[in-house]
Design a protein around this ligand. Structure first.
Ligand SMILES: Nc1ncnc2c1ncn2[C@@H]1O[C@H](COP(=O)(O)OP(=O)(O)OP(=O)(O)O)[C@@H](O)[C@H]1O
Length: 263
């Protein structure tokens, strides 16, 4: 079996209409392969989060279907540890230490406590928080809280990480550091990552592929393969090839949304 090209997410003709008649997605088709780092890029309200949430079984398609690992997202979430979600807000429990926050989802699933602790420490080391196991969220910066949130998602060893603007609330320097760290983790852990952003630079830096979306109703307007080599370091942003991809993505973003306005 050719695992590199195995399909892990399939949106087939997906439309999503909310109760208030907002059409968040219309005829959305996308196939995502194992090991991709795919970003959903688009303006506010184009349905990026709606699409991502559907992969996590949060909200069903009004028309069409979303399959994850060839099954229903709700069942995958219920029956496996294969999917993990990271939101813009780190969502840590203030009364639990860093270690205990990361342990929480593992505790809820039951099993061997010693192994859970080893795994929690391993992922906290990976995000650079080895020295902060006993700290409380209030003692951490925004970037550190996000690292805890990422570690918590990684602790269950998911096959796929779903990230909804995780770095949106961070300052630019912290954001860039975390982007680089995330790429290292993605490579080390052999995961598929689906990442929502409206930042063109972020999408180009991180992704193997960008799904450019246009708004009202949310549609897939274009797919861009980003062929910048890995590992990507911060200085790649100063290279011509990077700037070219940023130009392409910006054009597609603008044109996709202009087309919609003219229609
Ligand atoms: N639960 C809901 N009920 C009604 N409308 C909703 C609901 N959730 C989202 N919408 C609407 O659906 C559309 C798409 O929303 P969504 O959050 O997916 O967009 P987005 O691209 O992620 O936006 P942003 O970048 O601002 O987070 C928007 O018009 C939004 O107002």
């Amino acid at each position: 079996m050719d695992t590199i090209h195995k399909e892990v997410v399939a949106f087939q003709h997906v439309s999503k209409v909310f109760n208030n008649e907002t059409v968040a997605l219309k005829d959305f088709d996308l196939s995502i392969k194992e090991g991709e780092f795919l970003s959903f890029l688009g303006p506010s309200g184009c349905g990026k989060s709606t699409a991502l949430r559907m992969v996590a079984g949060l909200g069903e398609a009004t028309k069409g279907s979303v399959k994850v690992f060839d099954g229903s997202p709700k069942e995958i979430i219920k029956e496996t540890n294969d999917l993990a979600f990271v939101f813009q807000d780190a969502n840590l429990l203030p009364w639990r230490t860093v270690l205990d926050n990361v342990l929480l989802p593992l505790e809820l699933r039951g099993g061997n406590k010693k192994k859970h602790k080893q795994e929690a420490i391993r992922v906290l080391e990976m995000v650079g928080l080895k020295e902060y196991l006993k700290s409380y969220p209030r003692q951490l910066s925004g970037g550190m809280k996000m690292r805890v949130s990422i570690a918590r998602a990684l602790a269950a060893k998911p096959k796929m990480l779903l990230m909804d603007e995780p770095f949106g609330a961070l300052d630019e320097i912290t954001r860039q550091t975390l982007q680089m760290e995330l790429l290292d983790i993605w490579q080390k852990e052999n995961m598929t990552i689906l990442f929502v952003t409206h930042n063109v630079y972020e999408a180009v830096f991180l992704s193997t592929r960008i799904a450019v979306m246009s708004a009202s109703p949310g549609r897939l307007s274009s797919l861009i393969d980003v062929k910048l080599p890995f590992p990507r370091r911060l200085k790649v942003r100063t290279e011509q090839e990077f700037t070219d991809y940023v130009d392409i993505a910006s054009d597609r973003l603008e044109n996709g949304n202009e087309r919609k306005e003219l229609a």
